[in-house]
Design a protein. Structure first.
Lengths: 731, 226
């Protein structure tokens, strides 16, 4: 066994003073296995040492919340004893190094987090961010990530129902892969990771342990440099077939009453799973590493403890239930080994070949892990641009629209989601490409809507506003399909927290998320933080991804976004001020990248959303779509493209700048389609509720027209919109 | 009518098939791959998924599994065997159906609605279907049907081509061939037409709120023909 010193500790990603603290706590020098365990538990990824202080402020409570952050996943009540378990998690660093396996194991990991709690996964989602389309790595990374996500999810047989794909040069050196899973569970049969009772058998199930993924969590807590290719061995290798067996076996075991606690072996593998279970139960744990099923020869205790081999679970069983449990895992051809027991020592004790190879008090690893109050700077609200009339003079609305529809961040993403099985389980009633994915709660009238959103440009321009905005956008996506928003999970992707600017972005985005989720009663119930998304001093734009879920009590009343019938009216709900700063229009057409993001008015947001749900419950809405990137004209184009129907826009009243009106990205807005016979009724309700609305136009023919300004056939705009990504990927 | 759905480790459309069969009146039972015998059935279904992880080749390990001998015996005695997607792949691996299913032409998994033309209605699967073209759903990575020219001649001569990819009007051209399958073949029969293997999933099209309802037609008419 090699001698441990400060240099070796630093190679493990620990800071010098952190190593000193370890020696002080132990009152001795740790051996190499112990050092490995410390480094795995104290890295940013597992310890949340830079973020913990701020995450405490998140709004996490509500009547609908059964389990908030701190467990494998969050749990919310969806009535009738049903509950949804859900969480989003990042797999950014590994996906950049090895896109297929990185993304695949990201999906596998998040699904395990969900079924660990006793839930059968019913839907997957993802949010993926890549560098500029011109960057040499982007195409291959995108291809690999999409294949990885599909390869894993398709095999398990869980539909991938929605997602989001963004391109921006700030991700050239650090892509983002955030995977989200929803599972369904009976709310009285939820499983937790807290161990209880002494001398209970600790069981290892699933795949064998190999040498893959060692130091994965430490790698995910570091910035990238030129030698990043050398990190390939730290990326885990996924086997979705084994995961499918593990899923079925675990759910079969969970149907009985033998499990005390269960935890998947994710980041930092056996180390973090065993310590978390013991720590939550205020117990000790003893593990005989000789008994861990290994797939490679001569694995050392150090390697066994730090391996991040996939598809493994740790279970604390009731005594005497070992045989019953083993039978189930035998049936599914999975390894089953009793590797240890719970103790009252409050230490983790590791044995190998009858020798004690490590002993560390659990609280040193969990409660005494370092917490940093990092310095941060507040962002100033940028000055608004004063666009001059001359800038708009040469522009034509129709040409601008065509250009915006082929912007990589707007263009259709069918090439991606065609590769994901989005219909398996036969309950997907809204497929990718809509406002949100929707799956039925099997065998009931209920359905769950889900979406993932991020707005890195807004967050970059002003983190506080951006943080609020993403939550609101998620809320609007739920409303747009007619679902009552229930709760969110967040994946907080940021740069290097040791830099005050990046830390400030984090702190203020979290504050924005908190304000909005509190106001909208849309609490955060789970999530994760990914820092150090930085390569050679260049960090990503702050990118909190928000995964939201909503409940439809009657799935037959779900709303969709494609235009329905000629002669129906289109209304814009919410006020259009014409905010162009940070919009797609400003970037793509005016090449203006500065300025503040659109303002978020939480009062209006809530009022407008609730009034949409109210109208929907009265069966007054035919179609609904929220207005987001690209503004009103982009929104109606997408609605038209979906059904091939056109829109006759009414002339604007007064001296409104048409570009601002049609491309502005003001918040809190929706476009709804109303039957002519319902128009008066709808107008009266909206007026009574003091909701601002504009009459936008009529569904008509197969063209988008506006007096002499626009005359575009839907077929023409559809072609560009549909083909950009397909052509990009072929080239 | 009694049906049995075989579950292999890695099957993932077994539940969907169970739901569909029951919805249209079958008394369905699930049969585990390690069982040696299949309960008395009028129809055996090999569902979609990734049996045994699709390791080696899609369907190949399932084609050698314990239960498969009973399936072969049942088929050889004239029993109805339906293989959907991975089930189709398994049927070609056992030799019950000719040809093979290669990786899709553009090397990507494809999940989308497609139209298929019914090529032969003189069999229990399609004889009561009035439509000529059905809208069904595919979700696969290896659905590119291929066989030798001799085999092709023989399956054509024997009317073994069951369904082909086409457009909504029934035009079978390259544009409407999602995976590069030979002659747009989406499904085939054995010589006696009691075994049907096809890539499209009728069980995902049994409800207007799902992708569509043409799958309902398939199951409704199937139980009527038995």
């Amino acid at each position: 066994m090699s001698e441990v010193n400060e240099k070796i500790a630093v190679e493990h990603g620990l800071k010098s003073d952190e190593y000193k603290k370890i020696c002080e706590l132990l009152k001795r020098t740790p051996n190499i296995t112990e050092l490995g365990v410390f480094s795995a538990m104290w890295n940013e990824h597992c310890s949340y040492k830079s973020s913990r202080k701020h995450l405490k402020k998140l709004h996490t409570r509500g009547d609908q919340v059964i389990q908030g952050p701190g467990e494998n996943a969050g749990v919310v009540d969806i009535e009738d004893d049903d509950a949804i378990v859900f969480k989003i998690e990042s797999h950014n660093h590994p996906s950049f190094i090895e896109p297929y396996q990185g993304a695949a194991t990201g999906v596998g990991g998040i699904m395990r987090d969900v079924f660990t709690m006793g839930a059968r996964p019913i839907a997957n989602l993802n949010s993926i961010h890549f560098g500029s389309p011109d960057h040499e790595k982007t195409r291959n990374l995108l291809r690999g990530v999409v294949k990885g996500i599909g390869g894993y999810g398709n095999c398990i047989g869980v539909p991938t129902i929605a997602g989001q794909t963004c391109f921006d040069e700030s991700y050239n050196g650090n892509i983002l892969v955030n995977a989200m899973t929803l599972g369904l569970v009976n709310k009285n049969k939820i499983f937790y990771s807290k161990a209880a009772g002494i001398n209970k058998p600790v069981i290892y199930v699933g795949s064998k342990t190999g040498r893959d993924g060692i130091h994965g969590a430490s790698m995910a807590s570091a910035i990238f440099d030129d030698k990043i290719e050398e990190k390939k061995p730290t990326v885990q290798v996924g086997d979705p077939f084994t995961e499918k067996l593990l899923l079925e076996a675990c759910l079969e075991l969970m149907a009985g009453k033998s499990i005390i606690s269960i935890q998947d072996m994710g980041a930092a593998g056996l180390t973090s799973s065993s310590i978390e279970m013991a720590s939550k139960g205020d117990l000790g744990i003893e593990i005989d590493l000789t008994k861990v099923p290994c797939r490679e020869e001569n694995m050392s205790p150090y390697e066994i403890m730090l391996s991040e081999s996939q598809e493994r679970m740790l279970i604390v069983l009731e005594e005497g239930k070992e045989n019953e449990a083993k039978k189930i895992f035998d049936k599914w051809n999975l390894d089953f080994a009793i590797i240890g027991k719970t103790t009252n020592s409050k230490n983790i004790e590791l044995f190998f070949n009858n020798e004690k190879v490590a002993e560390i008090p659990i609280d040193f690893l969990a409660d005494n892990a370092p917490i940093y109050d990092r310095k941060w700077v507040k962002a100033k609200l940028p000055k608004k641009n004063n666009f001059s009339k001359d800038q708009f003079k040469p522009l034509k609305l129709g040409d601008c629209l065509k250009k915006i529809l082929i912007d990589p961040n707007i263009a259709d993403k069918e090439w991606i989601w065609d590769q994901y099985d989005h219909t398996v389980m036969a309950d997907t009633i809204q497929k990718p490409g809509g406002n949100a994915g929707v799956v039925r709660v099997h065998g009931t009238n209920k359905a769950i809507a889900a979406s993932v959103d991020s707005s890195a440009n807004y967050c970059h321009a002003h983190p506080l506003t951006g943080g609020k905005q993403v939550v609101c956008e998620s809320w609007r996506n739920m409303i747009s399909v007619g679902a009552k928003p229930i709760a969110i999970t967040n994946c907080l992707n940021f740069g290097n927290p040791e830099k005050e600017k990046n830390m400030g972005e984090f702190v203020e985005c979290v504050q924005g998320i908190t304000e909005a989720s509190k106001y909208l009663n849309y609490p955060v119930v789970s999530g994760n933080v990914s820092f150090y998304n930085e390569t050679k001093d260049k960090g990503i734009k702050p990118t909190p991804s928000i995964g939201g879920i909503g409940l439809l009590s009657d799935y037959k009343k779900m709303m969709t976004m494609e235009l329905k019938n000629d002669g129906n009216y289109l209304l814009v709900i919410g006020k259009t001020e014409g905010h162009l700063d940070q919009s797609i229009f400003a970037r793509n057409i005016l090449s203006e990248f500065n300025g503040p993001p659109p303002e978020v008015n939480l009062f209006n947001e809530k009022q407008n959303g609730n009034s949409i749900l109210n109208l929907k419950n009265k069966n007054l809405i035919e179609t609904c779509h929220d207005v987001s990137l690209g503004g009103i004209l982009t929104a109606i184009s997408k609605m038209g493209i979906k059904s091939g129907k056109g829109v006759k826009l009414f002339p604007l009243e007064g001296l409104v700048n048409k570009f601002e009106y049609f491309f502005g990205e003001d918040q809190g807005r929706y476009i709804i389609e109303i039957k002519p016979e319902n128009l008066e009724n709808v107008e009266n309700i909206l007026k009574k509720d003091s909701i601002h609305f504009d009459k936008l136009g009529l569904v008509e023919g197969d063209k988008i027209t506006l007096e002499n300004d626009i005359k575009l056939s839907i077929d023409e705009i559809k072609e560009g919109y549909k083909k950009w990504l397909k052509e990009y990927m072929v080239n | 009518m009694k049906s049995s759905v075989i579950i292999f480790p890695g099957s993932n459309c077994d539940r969907d098939m169970d739901v569909a069969l029951r919805k249209f009146g079958f008394k369905n039972q699930m049969v585990w791959h390690n069982d040696a015998e299949i309960p008395k059935s009028d129809l055996i279904v090999l569902p979609g998924g990734f049996s045994y992880g699709d390791y080696l080749r899609c369907g190949s390990i399932a084609g050698k599994s314990k239960i498969i001998k009973s399936v072969i015996d049942f088929a050889n005695s004239g029993g109805l065997v339906l293989g959907i997607c991975n089930g189709f792949q398994i049927l070609t691996e056992t030799g019950l159906l000719p040809g093979i299913l290669q990786q899709n032409k553009y090397l990507n998994f494809i999940c989308k609605n497609v139209f298929v033309k019914i090529k032969n209605k003189e069999n229990k699967y399609f004889k009561k279907i009035k439509k000529e073209v059905l809208e069904l759903h595919i979700a696969h990575n290896e659905g590119n049907y291929f066989c030798s020219s001799n085999e092709l001649k023989s399956i054509e001569d024997n009317g073994q081509i069951a369904v082909t990819y086409c457009d909504h009007k029934g035009i079978e051209d390259e544009k409407n061939n999602p995976n590069g399958a030979l002659k747009n073949i989406a499904g085939i029969f054995n010589k006696d037409k009691n075994i049907l293997g096809m890539m499209p999933h009728p069980e995902r099209m049994i409800d207007p709120f799902l992708s569509g309802e043409d799958g309902s037609i398939f199951f409704k008419t199937l139980i009527e023909s038995l």
